[in-house]
Ligand binder design. Structure first.
Ligand code: HEC
Ligand code: HEC
Ligand code: HEC
Ligand code: HEC
Length: 427
């Protein structure tokens, strides 16, 4: 081989090494932490048993019991009534259990305990409430199908020995991610998504979305249904409910306005999925379960909580601005969202009052009154989607402000329609 040939080969080798490395880096941008897979029997739901084989994940999972405030003043892991910051909540949910007890969420370790202690449950409560709290739901659904949802809640509580646990998100035999909430599996199937064929990246969001999503109970059966057939945006879900699916008309009737109301439930996945992170392929686990190291071993933190406690680990793999800058960005987004949410909520409370006042007028115009009720129902749905969502706008800042702006405008229109119904002159 001649000298130039040798140099060429050497050069080629250097090139290959370099580009080969780059390709590998992209391909494994988020390498899974490596673990030896243990044989956990099917049906084992006790996290302490799983924890014997996976001590690092188990230790961090147990830390979801920690109770700390969030540095931005929103969210946090302490059980405080939401109405402390937003007194209008008591008025908006008048006549239904959320006006009595509506606390800020805390960690997974408390999920079953908070369900048992909730003042929102009573003798009429149904088994469906366990769906997003415990791994027992897998066995319940296997044995009874959706029948478990209509059983008395105390009966199902007795059998739910564990709070959100390993088996909710992992296949015990392979440790692959899986979802077990039948409502999520059905809702995704209706959108053409087969969750058993989902990519690892999608599963890092789906395991969370199976619980952190909006739902309602089907009348008669109490089956849990996600209202996604027309799409995941506020208007899509509102249109779905407007068709009165399986005879579902309302969650309750507001006692002042007599409007048929909807209660939104934590639509974290819905808001996230159309935001910049959702659209860029970032998963819930990227921020909420960052990679951590202990004694040289890399693992996913299972202390699922506010990423503000782990800004460097959660955000710095993608952002170079540093923790103080990122925290400031989150705070600005949340302050701006809260201001409009509070404003819209107060205007919707005024709308309920205006409708109540109009309805007692002897010559009230029924068509305008009906229109006012429809408008306040819609306004509160738009407001509640953000109020019930857990990130105070961060998961999707522009959609948050747009939805709240719509809620505010609808509240004003409801007040105008109520005034027209009452024959009050408006300018
Ligand atoms: C809320 C869902 C959820 C729960 C509950 C959960 N995990 Fe995980 N777990 C994940 C996700 C997401 C990953 C990352 C998987 C990936 O990227 O492939 C993971 C990864 C793992 C891994 C692979 C190594 C690593 O650290 O990335 C092990 C082992 C593991 N979990 C064990 C457990 C054990 C043990 C429990 C119960 C004590 C548990 N998990 C509870 C979601 C969960
Ligand atoms: C089986 C249902 C279930 C699954 C799966 C689940 N969650 Fe939760 N999550 C809950 C419930 C219920 C609560 C509220 C518990 C309470 O307030 O007692 C909660 C609370 C939280 C909180 C608040 C914690 C705090 O410190 O305030 C965060 C953050 C969270 N979940 C994120 C996630 C993420 C991210 C995933 C996926 C990796 C996930 N959850 C998977 C049901 C679930
Ligand atoms: C880009 C990072 C990021 C992604 C991706 C993300 N979140 Fe969050 N999440 C945040 C931040 C930041 C907050 C605000 C925390 C605070 O106020 O302390 C938050 C708040 C929350 C909370 C409330 C926590 C609390 O303190 O009460 C829940 C629940 C939650 N997210 C669930 C999810 C779910 C479910 C997904 C996926 C569908 C998701 N998040 C995706 C960053 C993220
Ligand atoms: C896996 C990658 C990834 C992670 C992890 C991540 N981000 Fe991002 N983030 C992005 C991408 C991609 C964008 C889109 C803009 C861009 O390309 O820079 C973005 C945009 C943003 C923006 C501007 C858009 C907006 O919504 O206002 C903020 C603020 C932000 N991220 C904060 C955070 C915070 C805080 C965390 C951690 C809690 C985080 N990000 C974690 C990838 C990521």
């Amino acid at each position: 081989m001649s000298k130039p040939q040798k140099s060429l080969i050497a050069l080629l080798a250097v090139f290959l090494l370099f580009f080969g490395f780059v390709v590998v880096r992209i391909g494994v941008a988020k390498p899974a932490a490596t673990v030896k897979v243990a044989k956990i029997p099917a049906g084992e739901v006790d996290p302490a048993v799983w924890g014997q084989y996976y001590p690092l994940q188990y230790a961090s999972y147990k830390k979801t019991a920690e109770e700390l405030p969030s540095p931005t003043g929103y969210g946090g892991s302490i059980k405080v009534q939401k109405s402390e910051m937003q007194p209008e909540i008591t008025m908006l949910f008048k006549g239904m259990p959320f006006s009595k007890d509506y606390a800020e969420d805390r960690g997974h370790e408390h999920a079953m305990e908070d369900l048992r202690e909730s003042k929102r449950i009573g003798p009429a409560s149904k088994g469906a409430c366990i769906t997003c709290k415990t791994p027992y739901v897998e066995q319940a659904y296997k044995e009874m199908g959706w029948g478990y949802a209509n059983k008395p809640l105390p009966e199902m509580l007795d059998k739910s020995k564990h709070t959100v646990a390993c088996a909710n998100c992992h296949d015990p035999a392979t440790m692959n991610l899986r979802v077990i909430n039948p409502a999520f599996i059905e809702a995704q199937a209706k959108r053409g998504i087969d969750v058993t064929k989902a990519s690892r990246e999608d599963m890092r969001t789906f395991v969370c979305a199976q619980c952190h999503s909006e739902y309602y109970f089907e009348p008669g059966t109490t089956k849990v249904v996600f209202p996604w057939e027309k799409g995941l945006k506020p208007a899509d879900m509102y249109a779905y409910y407007s068709d009165k699916p399986s005879g579902f008309v309302q969650d309750w009737q507001h006692p002042d306005s007599k409007a048929p109301m909807l209660k939104a439930q934590h639509p974290d996945y819905e808001l996230f999925s159309t935001g910049i992170h959702g659209k860029s392929g970032v998963s819930c686990a990227d921020c909420h379960m960052p990679y951590t190291r202990k004694d040289g071993q890399k693992y996913s933190s299972h202390q699922v909580t506010s990423p503000l406690k782990t800004l460097d680990a959660s955000c710095s793999p993608c952002h170079s601005q540093g923790a103080p800058w990122l925290q400031e960005r989150v705070k600005i987004i949340q302050d701006q969202t809260f201001e409009i949410q509070h404003m819209a909520g107060q205007n919707i409370a005024r709308a309920h009052e205006a409708i109540k006042a109009a309805a007692v007028q002897p010559d009230v115009d029924e068509a305008n009154l009906a229109q006012a009720r429809e408008l306040v129902r819609k306004a509160q749905w738009y407001w509640d989607l953000l109020s019930a969502e857990n990130s105070m706008g961060f998961h999707n800042p522009s959609q948050a402000l747009n939805t709240l702006g719509q809620a505010n405008e609808l509240a004003h229109k409801a007040i105008e329609a109520a005034n027209r119904a009452a024959g009050i002159k408006q300018f």
